[in-house]
Each structure stands twice: as C-alpha cells, then as structure tokens.
Design a protein around this ligand. Structure first.
Ligand code: XMP
Length: 512
C-alpha cells in the first residue's frame, strides 16, 4: 500500500500530522527522524515534523536527506523547514519576537501546487522561536505573513518548507495544503480504508506467521479483540487467546466477554485467577504498588498458561499507535506511561506481532466493524488493565469490588439507556465512564428513620479523543439524579454519590 513517511523530530503535533493524512485516506508511518526506510517502494512522499529544538542546539536532531532529495517529494513543517534551510544554504535565526498563534497569509504565490485553492488571507498557526531569514539556495518564497516573510518556500525538486503548522486545527487552510501535498504532489490514490487494511493485514500476517502458532492476551477491550479477530482470519485455530480474570473486572464482564469471544469463533482459554490477585493485594493502598502487583501477577498467570502451548512462536498484542507514544517519543520526555501488559520471559523466545500498531483508536473501531465484530464490543469504553483496583481508593477486598461493580453497572446501564437527540445513546458520546469507591471515606446519611454511616461513590464520565486530554462530560441533570437515587437505594454500603468535574490535565482520568 502507498505510504507517506513522517520523520519525527519530536514535535508534540507529529501525531496530528498522521491523523490528518489518514483523514485523507492515505496510509502513513511515523518514524524517528533518522530511521528513514531505505528500500521501501511503497513510500510516495516524506514529511519532516516540527521539533522542540532549534537547529543550532547542540542536541538538535539531524538526518541525512541526500538519498531522499530529488527522489521523493518532501514537505518540511516548522523545524523541518528550518532544518532544510539550514543544511541547504539558507539561514535560521532567533525570531525578533517569538511567533506563536494565529496569523493570516498576506501573500501566496499563484501557481504553486502546494497552495492550490488556498487564498491570500488564509489563517495559519505559527509556533516557533526561530525564523528562516534566508531560504535555501535556489528556492523561492511562496507564502508570507505580515511578520514572517519566508512563511513557505519551494525548491525545484519537489521540495517545500512551511514555517506554520498545517496539521493543527487552527490552520484553517491546513487540510487543503496537506491534500495538495499528499494527493496532487505525491500522487496518493487515497486507498486507505478499513476493508483495504483488513485485506492487506491478513495477507501480511499469513506471510509473517506461516504455519507457526500464536498466543494473544485478551483484555475484553476493543484493541485486543480486533487484533484477535484479524489473526483468527489469517491463521484460524493456530491462534490461542488467553483471557485472565483478576477479579476486578466489571459486573459479569468475564462471563459476557467469554461468550462474545466464543461467538466470534476465537480459540480462548479463560483463567479465573481472582483469588491469587486478592491475596496478593491484601492491605495494599498505594496506587503504584497496586499496579505493580497486578502487573506482576498478570504476567505470572499469563506465562503459566502460555507455557502450556509449547510450540508457540509468536506473542500477539493489541498495541495501537497511541500506546507507543512513549517509546516513540524521541525527546525522552514521558507523556503517558505504556499501559500494555508485560511481556513473556525471554527464554520462551517469542517474537512480537502487533497488527494494529499504526492505528488510532477510531481506526481500530472501523476495522473492527469491517470484521463484523458486534457493536457492543467495538464501542466499549476503554478500561484500565488493573480494572476496578485503581477505582477503589484504599485497600481492596472482594466485598468492595462487589459494591463498586453494582454502582458502576447502574451508571453504565443508565448511559446506555439514555437516548440522545440524534437517536444514538449517550454511552457512545462519552469516551469513558465509571464509578469510583471512596472506601476510606465515610459520611452520615439518613434512610427511613435510620442513621447511615457509609461510603461515597464518585462518578466519572469524560469526553476525549485519545485520553491524552479529557474534559468532564456535561451529563443531563435528570440522568445524574436517577443514577444517584438508584445507586443509593440499591447498593448497600453507599449513601452518597458525587460527580467528578475535573478535566485532564490537571487531573487524570483514573483516580489512582
Ligand atoms: P489516565 O488516568 O492516565 O488514563 O488519565 C488514561 C487512559 O489510560 C487508562 N489507564 C490504564 N490502562 N493500565 C491500563 O491498561 C493502567 O494502569 C492504566 N491507567 C490508566 C485509563 O483508563 C484511560 O483510558
């Protein structure tokens, strides 16, 4: 399949470039700045991202573009544009005043293919401390703003640099500019579609795996389910899935999800290991310690099962692109910790297979629908690996888990039952929702003539596109009133319900 390579120089908006390209139905791979694939005939163009560095910083990222220039079209964005100027005879200097935010183009060169259908006055988004004071040798300026003369330049061998960020929402002409580059200049056939992805990935998996056997850890979530169904299409019963119940899943989740998996024709081993997890978590209150114990126990249980499949050669995972941000983040700044389950011991010599590693969440869902996975599995909210353990503040007991499962189930069911104006259900409008048990806090209530002294439950519902940032969902008051009444009336041990109105950042989605 045709692809554009985005060389990542560490900008926070590199991912967004990828997203915009996929919106143009064009496949792309984001690779570290110095890892351009030499002999990939499918590459039709290259984009150089922005960077937190100045080209003059001693630690600034450098790459060798000599093998690309003249062979493939290149678009340098911000640092990418500055870097090309810097190495090809131009000059980059600190801007007199740092140039951030909205600007309008004051001049656009007629006839420049990159600016086709982009008017003078188009709004762009600047975010740079350095500016290009001299464009590369042989280049011509193709766009300017009131303060940035060299806002975009063109070199004869299908090479462009833009100082602004076409990938961000506020560059209103950005999609058109990227379309001009990707479709007109690079010649994308815009062939990325879920159907196409399924077809090519199944073929690739068949080739990659041959007659080998594969093990896959299922979590009940959409990513691992889609990975499993894809692999099942490619290799059938040579895929063995393992689904570990740590005892802190949602109400009836283990049974329901096992049934779904069996309906999908997957070869699944379900392991109820809840006793071990509860035993090892006894008295533990510190969130990171909980996570570590659960992670360790999970690996132990998973490995014990996996070892029984003695001829397995591959470990498959439902890793998706955002999960890999940390490992791909070449500046070394941790944005989000990698949440996927731990690996197997090295002596098992399993190779890793991650068929969804280039996809964003919404694309995984598109692929899942294409594979015929039922909507209630595809549309499921993300759920943390450690499950309700990180939603019980304080030590975990089976009884607290039961209380939280009941409250959570009432809340989630209410979101599923609530119809929105467009005929959808409210659950589908929300990125993630759940209940949190404040098990170390007790407050006074009155039920009938009795005084109660019980725990509060907090409800959390957020909107988001990738869990990196999130806002609290503005739920209808009537829904909240009904959920609160139901929880307090039906869940013994809870006498108060609160709603979490914090956004991320500064708060995280999970309480622990
Ligand atoms: P936070 O709480 O960091 O969560 O805003 C972001 C997203 O990650 C999920 N999450 C986890 N997933 N193991 C996981 O598999 C974890 O330890 C974990 N912690 C948070 C969270 O549910 C949200 O979708």
């Amino acid at each position: 399949m045709q692809k554009i390579i985005i060389l990542d120089f560490g900008s926070q908006t590199t991912q967004l470039i990828g997203r915009r390209l996929r919106e143009l139905d064009t496949f792309c791979e984001i690779l570290p700045y110095n890892k351009f694939p030499k002999d990939d005939p499918d590459v039709i163009g290259v984009i150089l991202s922005g960077s937190p560095y100045s080209v003059y910083d001693p630690e600034a990222f450098q790459c060798d573009l000599s093998g690309i220039r003249g062979r493939l079209p290149i678009l340098g964005i911000c640092y990418g544009a500055q870097y090309m100027s810097h190495i090809w005879g131009g000059k980059v200097e600190p801007a007199g005043s740092r140039e951030y935010g909205r600007q309008n183009l004051t001049r656009v060169e007629a006839g420049c293919p990159l600016f086709k259908n982009i008017e003078k006055d188009a709004q762009v988004w600047m975010s740079h401390g350095d500016t290009i004071t001299r464009i590369p040798e042989g280049a011509r300026v193709v766009a300017s703003t009131a303060t940035v003369e060299n806002a975009a330049y063109e070199l004869s061998d299908r090479l462009w640099g833009v100082q602004f960020h076409p990938e961000v929402f506020h560059s209103l002409c950005g999609t058109q500019l990227l379309r001009n580059f990707v479709v007109d200049i690079c010649g994308s056939r815009q062939e990325w579609s879920a159907a196409n992805f399924v077809e090519t990935t199944v073929q690739e998996l068949k080739q990659q795996i041959g007659d080998d056997r594969v093990i896959l850890g299922l979590s009940g979530g959409v990513d691992s389910s889609v990975a499993a169904v894809l692999l099942n299409r490619a290799i059938g019963k040579r895929l063995t899935c393992i689904f570990v119940d740590h005892g802190m899943l949602r109400k009836n989740e283990f049974t329901n999800v096992m049934r779904d998996y069996e309906c999908l024709g997957l070869n699944v081993i379900g392991v109820d290991a809840s006793e071990k997890f509860f035993r090892d978590l006894e008295g533990v209150t510190e969130p990171e310690k909980k996570r570590k114990i659960i992670g360790r126990d999970f690996v132990e249980v998973f490995n014990a099962e996996a070892k029984k499949i003695t001829d397995a050669k591959w470990l498959a995972q439902g890793t998706i692109y955002p999960d890999r941000i940390e490992s791909l983040n070449i500046t070394g700044k941790v944005i989000k910790s990698h949440h996927n389950v731990g690996g197997l011991p090295e002596e098992m010599h399993l190779s890793l297979c991650e068929p969804l590693k280039w996809l964003f969440k919404d694309e995984v869902r598109r692929v899942g629908r294409q594979l015929g996975i039922p909507e209630h599995l595809i549309g499921r909210h993300p759920f943390p690996g450690p499950g309700l353990a990180v939603r019980i503040l304080g030590a975990i007991t089976p009884e607290k888990v039961r209380v939280l499962q009941e409250a959570d189930d009432i809340f989630i069911q209410a979101l599923r039952d609530w119809k929105t104006d467009d005929g959808d259900i409210l659950y589908n409008k929300i990125w993630q929702a759940g209940a949190i048990l404040l098990s170390d806090v007790r407050s006074v209530g009155v039920m009938g003539d009795e005084r109660t002294y019980e725990n509060p439950v907090a409800l959390r519902a957020v909107t988001s596109t990738d869990a990196m940032t999130a806002d609290w969902a503005h739920l209808p008051y009537e829904l909240m009133a009904q959920v609160s009444t139901d929880i307090i009336n039906k869940v013994k041990g809870v006498n108060r319900v609160c709603y979490d109105i914090s956004s991320k950042p500064p708060s995280t989605i999970e309480w622990e």
